[in-house]
Design a protein around this ligand. Sequence first.
Ligand code: CTP
Length: 417
Amino acid sequence: MNTDNDSRRALAGRRLVLGLSGGIACYKSAELLRLLVKAGADVQVVMTEGAAQFITPVTMQALSNREVFLSTWDARAPNNMAHINLSREADALLVAPASADFIARLAQGRADDLLSLLCLARPPGLCPLLLAPAMNREMWAHPATQRNVAQVAADGARVLGVGSGEQACGETGDGRMLEPEELLDELVAFFQPKVLAGKTVLITAGPTFEPIDPVRGITNHSSGKMGFAMARAAREAGADVTLVAGPVHLPTPRGVRRIDVQTAQQMYDAVVPRAAAHEIFIATAAVADWRPASASDQKLKKDGSGRCPDIGFAENPDILAAVARLPRPPFCVGFAAESHDLLAHARAKRERKGVPLLVGNLGPATFGRDDNALLLVDANGHAELPEGASQGARADKLALARRLMGEIARRLASETA
Ligand code: CTP
């Protein structure tokens, strides 16, 4: 069962139709189906005759645990109307791969096989259509294909992007079907409520690294996972997202603009001039408070005397406070990593930084982990996420980030009302 607190079952309770049209990318659809089922979705597969040349219905039946539909004349449905029943029972219809020919037929409104008939007969408001195109790069670039893609998009289909790179035909370019993990992410994002539609969001994430010399430096245990989850959740919620990331090895969430920095000063320089152009600023980065006052440009060497180098420190600029002090600041959300007395420290920090919302967490219990427990502090009081956090309840960081987007959107709306 899906719980709000577990993003791995992000499609629990969702009923999907996965359509396959003919193309070599069909082999990826088996893996996609496995991922959809693992994410909790109930998936009905429909294949064209062409698709069944590339991968057998037996494979798709075994992975979906359901008989596959192949033909308009399939008599299994008591009313003999599989094309009507299937879309009425589904929350979305994803065609992956969508071949050039299949998209062309959709653009013309043709219905000469079960899958295109199903696309035409679905109620668009109840069963949205998503297409994952897959074809040779010349076919993708052809004006006829681009015209058809524009037409089906104008008719309401959501055309997911294509990948770029080496193709099954041996050529290199645009037109590959997105990878199964990317398609899963697209589908999960599609179902998220668009609470930040059209908003611009700037986020900091990860630790900073303050060099002592060319081979050493000061940093902290922040993994960047919470900040990257916030960026992904903001994007899923419909925002335009820029992520300023300290040194972490995490993949950039799909559709997010990323700027990599190392030091607190670089993060400040990347954030402060951009902040006024954003409606929301979320500071999840664990910024180093101090840096070595003067980094050596050569490696510091032991001199044999047993004396340690004398490293003086200078304080780093406070990025969040600087943004909150702008004449027309974005809606600012701070994070506080504390080791004890979370509520008292979070309240004090909110006041000190001058931000409307501060999210507290216990540093040792969050750094590097996939789950977390949060305390939201604003002018009206405080609340736990997930509920029962003070009794030990935790939730994974992406699930928390999604819920935080709702909290931020609500506060932003009441501030601008
Ligand atoms: N922050 C920032 N720039 C800094 C320090 C902190 O933008 N130089 C932001 C963090 O991203 C976070 C919030 O301020 O959103 C609080 O960070 P935290 O490290 O918990 O607090 P500090 O300001 O460092 O205070 P203290 O060291 O007293 O806990």
